[in-house]
Design a protein around this ligand. Structure first.
Ligand code: ZN
Length: 344
């Protein structure tokens, strides 16, 4: 079968690899019908942590082709969402809705035991716990939005939940990538009254406004902090959704959160030390977040997607086949594309 393999920075290739196959009795194999490229895939692409020859991709929808002998709930032929983390669905963390901490869990497409989803097919560990069956056909018109439930929409929602977004509240979203834009959707959905987007790309800002952003701040650093304070009566916002992960993004987040507020971090941190320990203490600021348990959020978000209440699939602005994946990485890296949808 064909799959996306990253050999080293800037070296992404489509290659023939061994077919995905059942390895454990709790596995399934899915034929990938939709996948995509994530902003976090650009980290190894740009020389970040990189496993030589790693299979890429952690977001997908597919059709179940094979199941292991101990798979009970998932059946052949089902159309399923594959969250970016696999989980057994039965441990204490899965019970708590924190599947990204599952004691038997792990992540797709990061060079670990599980392969990558930018491929024709993929082995799914712990199929019963991991996969989420859908009641739609494999080419349903809602596929782009359904696909975002495998990561970016659930991740934006996690940023909003951990930043304690509340009805009537004030929110800032740091970052105008696909997760930041989904964070705007999530904040609006949870009833925020003021949603300030910190971003610099005109097309993304326009989409953010359609998703519910009420204000936009396009300057950076201290200027951004001052501007957000001006927009909030000098106080800062109650909730900050940090959707980038750079040192500057967390610095800005700590500068714009108000006393008693919360910062929800979903950008993979590129920094080792959290800034602002002293003001964080004296101003009672909560810092939370981490890898989103998107599996737990599908129940809640799926209804809104199916009813058209939210349209996170609008973050996709380009579609490619597997052959177009290497150029998709380039296009996203050069900010020519926001998010690339893949139809293997
Ligand atoms: Zn578990």
């Amino acid at each position: 079968m064909r799959a996306t393999v990253m050999h080293k920075a800037r070296d992404v290739r489509i290659e023939d690899v061994p077919d995905a196959a059942i390895r454990n009795t709790t596995d399934a194999v899915i034929r990938i019908t939709r996948a995509c490229i994530c902003g976090s895939d650009l980290w190894p692409y740009n020389g970040g942590p990189n496993v030589n020859g790693q299979g890429m991709g952690h977001e997908a929808i597919g059709v179940v082709e094979e199941i292991g002998s101990d798979v009970q709930r998932i059946r052949r032929g089902q159309v399923v969402i594959m969250p970016f983390a696999y989980s057994d669905g039965s441990c204490l963390f899965c019970d708590e809705g924190l599947q990204t901490a599952c004691v038997h869990g792990g992540f797709f497409g990061n060079g670990g035991e599980a392969g990558g989803a930018q491929a024709e097919a993929l082995r799914i560990p712990h199929a019963d716990g991991t996969l989420y069956p859908l009641a739609v056909g494999e080419d349903d018109a809602l596929m782009p939005s359904l696909l975002t439930l495998s990561d970016v929409m659930g991740t934006g929602h996690h940023a909003a939940v951990t930043a304690r977004v509340r009805r009537g509240g004030t929110v800032a979203v740091v970052g105008d990538g696909a997760v930041g834009l989904c964070g705007v959707i999530a904040a609006k959905r949870l009833g925020a009254e003021q949603i300030i987007l910190l971003g610099r790309h005109a097309d993304r800002i326009a989409l953010a406004r359609e998703f519910g952003a009420t204000d936009v701040v396009s300057v950076r650093g201290m200027e951004a902090v001052e501007r957000v304070r001006e927009l909030t009566g000098g106080l800062g916002v109650q909730s900050v959704l940090e959707c980038v992960g750079t040192e500057q993004a967390i610095d800005t987040s700590m500068g714009i959160v108000r006393a008693g507020g919360a910062v929800g971090r979903v950008g993979v941190p590129h920094y080792d030390v959290l800034p602002g320990a002293q003001p964080m203490f004296y101003r009672n600021v909560v810092v939370a977040g981490g890898p989103a348990p998107v599996r737990a959020y599908i129940d809640e978000l799926l209804t809104d997607v199916m009813e058209g209440g939210i349209e996170p699939g609008r973050v996709f602005d380009r579609t490619a086949g597997l052959d177009g994946v290497p150029d998709g990485y380039r296009a996203m890296n050069e900010r020519e594309a926001l998010k690339v949808l893949i139809r293997p």
